[in-house]
Design a protein around this ligand. Structure first.
Ligand code: GDP
Ligand code: MN
Length: 345
């Protein structure tokens, strides 16, 4: 059934909930997706795979977010593809608008300028709202307040391999805070001043961390490495911490989510650099994944197993070697712009 619990929230109770009357080993977690009504086809495509590979068995709830109300066509179509709980919610207005401290003229000029030099989404206002929302606001959404961990997915992505353990449980049991599958270099023209501002924030707040060096290249410049945030599994405690809040507020005060085109991926990554340690971060090698033609193929083998630190519970994999790269696909991990080797060493 479905039930309108507030004018901006729709909730479908999945029939799977009935399986949890006796025991429920689930973490307080949700699959979180910001998506447009127009992306329904790609969304269904991804949900089908996500259900088949993982979530029809692990039964985590979905939370769909949108800056405009979801159509009933969208909601009904999604609910047809899962027996899990699904929530559809609207964003608070102030999480998706251009703040009054942003100068409209400068904003318009910089959009034109970035568009003219061919920066991806350089001219788009909505893309900036999306990046700023994922950087500063989604962890504050009212429907996510009792959720501890999130898994971000997107319309159109592929989940290539069966996952036979619960990554949320893995994160929690091993005290992991942030996890990724793809790490590559950012487009420099989107973030001209992000590094400089991050350093300034770190100095002003006396921040030291053993992980920040992952991002430092030659001459203390940013090496552009970041974790792709179209896939993220992370603890909301990280984003809800005072440290993170201060970092976001500082970045937001520069107005460069608008005057430049800062992505939420480098923002989350540099925050991990500032506030987390290497051990807090996990690379999900065993999640095969494609976003926009970039694929991480699982390469789980005996050597990797030996590299797993002894104090970690090794995930219970049954698929070692059974989920190869799709035909004619090269894993992005081998590309010169991949940062995975740097992370591993
Ligand atoms: P890319 O991955 O950087 O190429 O950016 P995408 O276009 O895939 O956008 C990232 C995510 O934000 C996707 O899940 C989109 O569906 C969502 N998104 C982007 N722009 C909007 C928007 O204007 N409104 C809504 N509701 N979702 C958006
Ligand atoms: Mn995308």
């Amino acid at each position: 059934w479905k039930d309108e619990i507030a004018p901006w929230v729709w909730h479908y109770r999945g029939s799977n909930e009935d399986s949890f009357k006796i025991s429920d080993n689930r973490v307080k977690a949700a699959i979180v997706i910001l998506v447009r009504n127009s992306e329904l086809k790609n969304m269904v495509y991804t949900i089908k795979q996500f259900e088949a590979r993982f979530n029809s068995r692990y039964m985590y709830p979905y939370v769909f977010l949108n800056d405009v109300p979801f159509t009933s066509k969208f909601m009904n179509a999604i609910a047809e593809h899962t027996k899990n709980n699904v929530t559809f919610a609207l964003l608070p207005k102030d999480h998706w608008e251009t703040p009054s401290f942003v100068d409209k003229k400068i904003f318009d000029q910089s959009r034109k300028q970035l568009e003219s030099i061919g920066v991806a989404y350089g001219g788009l206002e909505s893309y900036r709202h999306m990046c700023r929302f994922y950087s500063g606001f989604f962890h504050k959404h009212p429907v996510l307040q009792d959720i501890e961990y999130y898994w971000r997915i997107e319309p159109g992505v592929d989940y290539l391999c069966d996952l036979n353990y619960d990554p949320f449980r893995f994160m929690k049991d091993n005290k992991k805070v942030y996890a990724f599958v793809i790490s590559i270099k950012e487009i420099p023209t989107t973030i001209p001043s992000l590094w400089e501002h991050t350093l300034r924030f770190a100095v002003q707040n006396n921040i030291t961390s053993n992980f920040f060096k992952f991002f430092a290249g030659r001459d203390s410049q940013y090496n552009l490495c970041h974790f792709w945030s179209n896939f993220e599994i992370a603890s909301f405690d990280f984003l809800r911490s005072t440290n993170y809040e201060n970092y976001f507020n500082y970045l937001d005060s520069t107005k460069n989510f608008f005057y430049e085109r800062w992505g939420d991926a480098p923002v989350h990554s540099l925050a991990a650099g500032l506030f987390l340690n290497y051990e807090d971060i996990h690379f999900f090698n065993d999640i095969g994944y494609t976003h926009d033609g970039c694929t991480h193929c699982t390469q789980y083998n005996e050597t990797d197993k030996n590299e797993t630190p002894k104090n970690l519970t090794t995930p219970d994999l049954d698929s070692s070697g059974t989920c190869p790269c799709p035909p004619n696909v090269q894993s992005i991990d081998n590309a010169p712009f991949s940062c995975l080797q740097r992370f591993k060493t």
